[in-house]
Design a protein around this ligand. Structure first.
Ligand code: COA
Ligand code: MG
Length: 300
């Protein structure tokens, strides 16, 4: 199953932006992506790398946000320097951009094995190329001991350019690809995070897109601004109604009268064993989210 660790709000922060980096301790994002790639100008790459390494070296708590570094693509020349600098600083994850085929993950892992074999970091893969959305399953199944793949992250800005498909409200043209990526992640038993919403000022449109992505089954959404955190945390958490419903059916088949039954009626609806088993997941998620909320409150 995907991680019970909440990854509802996954905030990109340009690695070069000191003011934004300084804000991180007070933010309630489940994951922070320290970006060395698209949001950093070419002449600032080295400075960003240094800032990110310095931030990773600061004391961290186990129940703080996961810290993931988005490195540059290995083919760009900067990617190797990013990895060599960042891996020894023990990030929770490395996000590899522009993944096309499983070989890209193998190249990264070979480099990590040579450079920092004891790394405990996980691997996150950006799905934003035509090749990756044409065969996301191959990527989702590309597991290894070192840098185990833990999440796919949709990148629709790059994908829109790569495919020549316009990104419009509702994202109808992208939906088949989004669901293909989601199914691949589920088959690989890893998390899947939705793309960013570019219009920072449009809180209503953002909240709507979060709820839609949650309905689709995404575990969370990548964010570009702190103002987007609360809506994402809300949308990707099980609702109170969903928790109550899960609690009501989780133990149904443990009751003596139902022990030998495969299906029962509960409050006028059919409940099968698969529903009772599936009810464990929102309950585990709700517990993990409560623990995260408690940690954030202690931070502030
Ligand atoms: N993470 C942390 N803090 C952030 C932030 C982020 N992603 N985006 C903005 N902030 C901070 C700003 O530093 C600012 O604080 P300050 O006044 O102390 O400097 C505060 O939040 C308000 O920011 P605001 O003025 O509304 O936005 P801005 O004009 O400073 O920045 C962007 C707008 C889009 C440039 C900025 O949000 C950003 O860089 N986002 C991430 C982009 C990115 O990483 N893209 C790559 C992946 S798609
Ligand atoms: Mg990109």
């Amino acid at each position: 199953m995907p991680s019970s660790r909440p990854r509802r709000s996954v905030l990109y922060v340009p690695g070069v932006n000191e003011r934004a980096l300084a804000k991180l301790p007070g933010l309630a994002a489940d994951v922070v992506i320290l970006d060395l790639e698209d949001s950093v100008a070419p002449q600032m790459k080295a400075a960003a790398r240094e800032r990110v390494v310095a931030l990773l070296a600061m004391p961290r708590r186990d129940d703080g946000p996961e810290l993931v570094v988005r490195i540059n693509a290995l083919a760009d020349g900067e990617g190797e320097a990013d990895l060599a600098a960042v891996l020894p600083a023990a990030p929770d994850g490395i996000l590899l951009p522009k993944v096309a085929v499983p070989h890209d993950l193998a190249v990264l892992r070979a480099f990590a094995r040579a450079e920092c074999p004891e790394t405990g970091a996980a691997l996150w893969a950006m799905i934003e190329t035509a090749r990756a959305v044409a065969d996301p399953l191959a990527i989702a199944l590309a597991q290894d001991q070192i840098l185990p793949l833990t999440a796919l992250v949709l990148g629709l800005n790059d994908l829109s350019v790569a495919l020549g498909t316009r990104l419009r409200p509702g994202r109808a043209a992208f939906l088949p690809l989004m669901m293909g990526v989601l199914a691949a992640a589920r088959a690989g038993e890893i998390d899947v995070i939705d793309a960013v919403y570019n219009d920072i000022a449009d809180a209503e449109g953002f909240a709507e897109e979060c709820l839609f992505a949650a309905d689709c089954g995404f575990d969370g959404k990548t964010l570009i601004h702190p103002a987007q955190i609360d809506a994402a945390n809300h949308a990707f958490a099980p609702s109170n109604d969903a928790i109550a419903a899960a609690e009501a059916i989780a133990g149904l088949f443990d009751r003596p009268e139902n022990r030998d039954r495969g299906v029962v009626a509960h409050e006028g609806r059919m409940v099968e064993r698969l529903h009772a088993e599936a009810a464990g997941r929102p309950l585990a998620r709700a517990r993990a989210i409560a623990a995260r909320a408690e940690a954030v409150t202690r931070d502030i």
